[in-house]
Design a protein around this ligand. Structure first.
Ligand code: GTP
Ligand code: MG
Length: 149
């Protein structure tokens, strides 16, 4: 099974939507293996979003991500990385399909509520950036045989 790094951005705790959005992943059959609420500082935000350092929106993105606590998670499941990107929806919430998290809970690119890794290499890098190995739980779900054939 695959692991993805998922992070609810500062607007989600502020808007009291953490539980509602977490439920989407649980209901799908994905497994939460790590979680922490943290105030991301400027250096961590810049490292996490390093690929966008030259983009015109980079400073606004760093301000957004450091503005209030975020909920960082590792979520596990079959094809978790691409599946979670589908559940999250398009980067621009106005273009995101209804039924996706961004489509249902967000309006603007700069307040798009959630991050999810886009590829196996980024998942590995992002998980290591936010979690130590011993913070990731290895456990069996009792309903696995009802989720997977
Ligand atoms: P993440 O999961 O957060 O990485 O989003 P993504 O992979 O769907 O998009 P991308 O990595 O291209 O952009 C990272 C984040 O930068 C987005 O989620 C937005 O919050 C922000 N962003 C991207 N493009 C724009 C833009 O044109 N304007 C603004 N204000 N923010 C942007
Ligand atoms: Mg991205």
């Amino acid at each position: 099974m695959e692991q993805s790094f998922v992070m609810m951005k500062p607007d989600v705790a502020q808007r009291r939507l953490l539980g509602k959005i977490l439920t989407r992943f649980e209901e799908k059959g994905l497994q939460l293996v790590a979680m922490k609420l943290l105030q991301i500082d400027e250096s961590l935000a810049k490292e996490h979003y390093g690929e966008h350092a030259e983009k015109p929106f980079f400073n606004d993105l760093v301000s957004y991500i450091t503005s209030s606590p975020s909920l960082a998670m590792v979520i596990k499941g079959d094809d978790a990385i691409s599946l979670i990107r589908k559940i999250v929806g398009a980067t621009n919430p106005k273009e995101a399909d209804l039924g996706t998290i961004r489509g249902d809970f967000a309006m603007d690119m700069g307040r798009n509520v959630i991050h999810a890794s886009d590829a196996p290499e980024s998942a590995k890098r992002e998980i290591a950036l936010f979690f130590d190995d011993d913070e990731i739980c290895d456990y069996q779900m009792v309903d696995d045989s009802w989720i997977y054939e």
